[in-house]
Each structure stands twice: as C-alpha cells, then as structure tokens.
Design a binder for this molecule. Structure first.
Ligand SMILES: O=C(O)C(=O)C[C@]1(C(=O)O)C=C[C@@H](O)C=C1
Length: 94
C-alpha cells in the first residue's frame, strides 16, 4: 500500500467517525426531549461514570490506550450535554 492509499483509508475512517458523532448528537437531542418531559436533569453523573468505565474496559480489551479513549468520551459526553442544554434550556436565566 502507498502512503496516499493509507491516507485515503484514514480519510474514510475519519468520515465514518464524524457520521457516528453526528448520530450520537442526534440521539442526545432525542434524550433531551425525554428528559424535558420527565423533568430530569441533563447531567446524570452515575450514567456518565458507568459509561466512562465501560469504554475504558473496552479500550483495554481492544488494546488501545484506555486513558485517551476515556478522554475522547469525556469530550463526546460534554458535547452531548451541551446539545441537550440547548434543547431543554437548562441553565438559562428566566
Ligand atoms: O444517558 C443519559 O442520561 C444521557 O443523557 C446521555 C449522556 C451521554 O452523552 O452519553 C449525556 C449526559 C449524561 O450526563 C450521561 C450520558
């Protein structure tokens, strides 16, 4: 394989990652609706920690740096919470 071919492969993988991030954000909006109806807070500390623990374990299994994977998911969850706050208006002053 040439450098160009590997770069093309990386570009395809990156586009797939962005599609998945967009899908995750769309699910976050659906979650925002449900939380709004239920009167639930955007941040769920227990779920957040359980999810971060799970991805850490999966990364260990897959032999990718678990600390960095956890950091990536912290960012993804932060993005999700930010999107949910836009939809629920949580934190907005009256
Ligand atoms: O599971 C939830 O309650 C969500 O809103 C999803 C999500 C996430 O992005 O994974 C976002 C906010 C919460 O703090 C925990 C997890």
């Amino acid at each position: 394989m040439t450098i160009e071919e590997v770069r093309e492969e990386i570009d395809r993988i990156d586009a797939g990652i962005i599609d998945l991030i967009a899908a995750r954000q769309a699910a976050a909006v659906r979650m925002a609706h449900e939380k709004y109806l239920a009167g639930a807070a955007v941040r769920d500390e227990r779920r957040r920690e359980a999810l971060l623990k799970k991805v850490f374990e999966i990364a260990v299994e897959k032999q990718v740096d678990p600390v960095q994977v956890r950091r990536i998911f912290e960012i993804l969850i932060d993005m999700s919470e930010e999107r949910q706050r836009e939809w629920t208006g949580e934190g907005n002053l009256p």
